[in-house]
Design a protein around this ligand. Structure first.
Ligand code: ZN
Length: 306
């Protein structure tokens, strides 16, 4: 049992890393003759790939590592019951034993739903062991989804902090999710998730982090006499919790410290809800250019407050 747990611990740590990247926390490990051949966490958002489940990535990496298209004799450890797609890949890959943690009533394809291994068309059926480290595996998922729902007020896990270089992928994914809401009705949106690495290196970037997951970000570009709010986005799952205001407050604090008298921004002309939101936060419209509405907010320095 100790051995099962140590491989499942590796899968669990892959799952936690996935949560930090803003992905649904699932992790997988392929083991051959007691050796870890490949390990992976879910990266569907980062890779913009619905097939990038932890199991698929671990199976691909293991095949590459072994230089073959079958994983005969290998074991797969995964924190969550595999979905039908992954179950088919496990069968096609000839994996000998499948160990999984939490059962997945919503999308599982082993013990429920499609029950892929029970069909006559499934030519290879692995030995299946469920409930391995189940408590830890389910706790990770429960915490992750609870974290996404947790309100800002009273949340002890929420933090606004400066972005680090390693946050770039999670910030880009968060921006993508935030802007995908608009993409259906605005066809000339700028690419918002590009250049985040450069922004972190050269500009001021803050992130809102809840239970270890990046749920918002703000990019501020500093000029000699003003600052530009170049980008701000809140993950739709975290909207309505005051995160936008919390990030803007942090940017305004930075301007105050640097004695910059105003912050400017431009928003898309079709994002009228943004214009009224910013007006509510003390901004006013200074101009309209093409598809852009330009807005500005004066920063009250300590001197002007006195
Ligand atoms: Zn899957």
């Amino acid at each position: 049992m100790a051995q099962f747990n140590s491989y499942m611990d590796i899968a669990l740590s892959e799952a936690s890393d996935a949560a930090v990247r803003g992905e649904v926390p699932v992790g997988a490990v392929v083991v051959s003759k007691g050796q870890v051949i490949a390990q992976a966490g879910n990266r569907t958002r980062e890779l913009r790939d619905p097939t990038a489940h932890a199991e698929m990535l671990a199976i691909r990496a293991a095949c590459i590592a072994l230089g073959q298209e079958r994983l005969t004799g290998c074991d797969l450890y995964v924190t969550l019951e595999p979905c039908p797609m992954c179950a088919a890949a496990i069968s096609n890959g000839r994996i000998a034993r499948l160990y999984y943690g939490a059962s997945d009533p919503k999308s599982g394809g082993i013990a429920q739903g499609a029950k892929v291994f029970t069909h006559a068309q499934c030519h290879h059926v692995p030995e299946v062991y469920d409930g391995i480290g189940e408590e830890a595996c389910s706790a990770l998922l429960t915490d992750f989804f609870a974290g996404l729902r947790k309100p800002l007020s009273g949340s002890t896990n929420l933090q606004i902090r400066k972005a680090k270089p390693e946050d770039a992928t999670a910030i880009a994914a968060c921006f993508d999710r935030a802007y995908s809401v608009y993409a259906t009705r605005i066809n000339d949106l700028p690419e918002v998730a590009i250049g985040i690495e450069d922004d972190i290196a050269n500009n001021a970037v803050w992130v809102a982090v809840d239970c270890g997951v990046i749920v918002g970000g703000l990019v501020l570009v500093l000029h000699p006499a003003h600052a530009t709010l170049a980008n701000i986005a809140i993950d739709p799952s975290a909207s309505g919790r005051g995160l936008g205001k919390a990030l803007i407050d942090r940017a305004e604090d930075a301007c105050r410290k640097l004695k910059l008298p105003c912050i400017r921004l431009s928003t898309h002309i079709k994002m009228l809800e943004n214009v009224s939101l910013y007006e509510h936060l003390g901004w006013h419209v200074t101009d309209r250019k093409g598809n852009k509405v330009l807005m500005e907010k004066a920063i009250l320095t300590d001197e002007t407050n006195k």
